[in-house]
Design a binder for this molecule. Structure first.
Ligand code: HEM
Length: 414
């Protein structure tokens, strides 16, 4: 083991470029990653700007890294790795969203939202989510027997839900969907990403300040935040804008892509899709959702982190100030944690996956994402038992250049 440490700490050996390109299967992580996890589970990679980072690929090491307080998620920490030029110089870095802050700043802000995302608070949204799902399916059924699954179902569902929860007008969905997609593009040039981020913040700032100026801003999440936190001086307007931006973007892009890609995967396993369509056991549905989250790990590539002190990860010495990239997508395909990991098995007990992250930054919206997915997959399959994708899956356009992996459109018939 000491040999490994010495060899890699020197940076000798090759340091492949990262992120890597996917291979022929759009649902699988880039092929070389499985070999790296086997041979060099903590290894140096080279980023677009020539900087070096430690890529962490094993399940146990990824969890240990994500829960280690000596490893920072603060975008302002020296050495913090950026996965592409699109992550540079965004104006929200003046008041970063708490997803890229460390405790205690992170905890102070996250705490203000916890009561809105508990299991109980989320369960109370079930009738609303079910209503949105049924309305979208009715509209699909009323049209021709074909549609783009993304535009007809996967994207409007979480967009409508997060709009109602936050108090953002859904009428503005084209604007915020376009800007979210732009600001999540890590390969974009820095200026483009900055403009998208500024525009989305301007839009949400106006919403927050209008609520602030209204006597009764309404019983939605942003309205409550304004009354309870901004008016009391606990939260600055710019901090509320960062929070709103994070929730709006994370609240729709992720679930939309998970829904579209997950449906495509299910249709490749007809017996499992049939079981999900016909079961009345909520445990089977919940298990299927966890397994699809694991298999796809749509927040792909790796989380960005930096060591604040010298730490040992998987037997490798990482020095203070060095960049660390714990990779959820390889952790979720680690055979040590998930036997036969490349296969969908809705009866696998996969809930220990890291598709929602791990540690203090673990996804705040996971109860909501689970609720939406647990309602949406079976409802879609039940409404259209003959659902099929009409193009070869290899020919569709995948969004590999975004922080959240996805598919641009999915032509379906039923
Ligand atoms: C399939 C759906 C989703 C997936 C796969 C997903 C995945 C993730 C992941 C991996 C992280 C951790 C990031 C890190 O460690 O750097 C995260 C954080 C977060 N997610 Fe989600 N997410 C989903 C849906 C949602 C929804 C619906 C919301 C609701 C608003 C949401 C809000 C957040 C927030 C606020 C954080 C930051 C938590 C923190 O830093 O404390 N996510 N998500």
């Amino acid at each position: 083991m000491a040999g490994t440490i010495a060899q890699q700490a020197d940076g000798t050996g090759d340091a492949p470029a990262y992120p890597m390109e996917r291979g022929s299967c759009p649902f699988d992580p880039p092929e070389p990653l499985a070999r790296l996890r086997e041979d060099r589970p903590v290894t140096r990679v080279t980023l677009w700007n020539g900087r070096s980072a430690w890529l962490v690929t094993r399940y146990a090491d990824v969890r240990a890294t994500l829960s280690d307080p000596r490893i920072s998620a603060d975008v302002r920490s020296p050495g913090f790795p950026l996965l592409g030029p699109g992550r540079i110089g965004r104006p929200d870095l003046r008041t970063p969203p708490f997803i890229v802050l460390d405790d205690p700043e992170h905890a102070r802000l996250r705490k203000m939202l916890i009561s809105d995302f508990t299991m109980r608070a989320t369960a109370s949204l079930r009738p609303m989510v079910t209503g949105v799902v049924e309305d979208l399916l009715d509209a699909m059924e009323a049209g021709p027997r074909s549609a783009d699954l993304v535009q007809a179902f996967a994207l409007p569902l979480p967009s409508l839900v997060i709009c109602r929860l936050l108090g953002v007008p859904y009428a503005d969905h084209e604007l915020f969907q376009r800007l979210s997609a732009q600001l999540l593009t890590f390969t974009a040039d820095g200026g483009e990403a900055m403009r998208a981020s500024e525009e989305l913040r301007d839009y949400l700032r106006e919403l927050v300040t209008t609520k602030l100026a209204t006597a009764d801003p309404g019983d939605d999440l942003l309205g409550r935040l304004v009354v309870r936190r901004v008016r009391t001086g606990e939260l600055e307007v710019e901090e509320a804008v960062s929070m709103a931006t994070l929730l709006l973007v994370a609240g729709h892009e992720t679930t939309a892509n998970q829904l579209a890609l997950g449906t495509m995967v299910l249709l490749q396993y007809p017996a499992q899709a049939e079981e999900l369509r016909t079961t009345d056991d909520p445990e089977v549905v919940a298990g299927a959702v966890e397994e699809l989250l694991r298999l796809l790990t749509i927040v792909h590539n790796a989380r960005s982190r930096v060591a604040l002190e010298d730490v040992e990860i998987g037997g490798v010495l990482v020095r203070a100030g060095e960049a660390v990239l714990p990779s959820g997508e390889t952790a979720n395909r680690d055979p040590e944690a998930f036997p036969d990991p490349d296969r969908l098995d809705i009866h696998r007990r996969a809930r220990h996956h890291v598709a929602f992250g791990f540690g203090v930054h673990q996804c705040l919206g996971q109860p909501l994402a689970r609720l939406e997915l647990q309602i949406a997959y079976p409802a879609l399959l039940r409404r259209f038992p003959g659902l099929r994708v009409t193009a070869p899956v290899e020919d569709l356009h995948y969004r590999a250049d975004k922080i959240v992996y996805g598919v641009a459109s999915v032509p379906v018939e039923w």
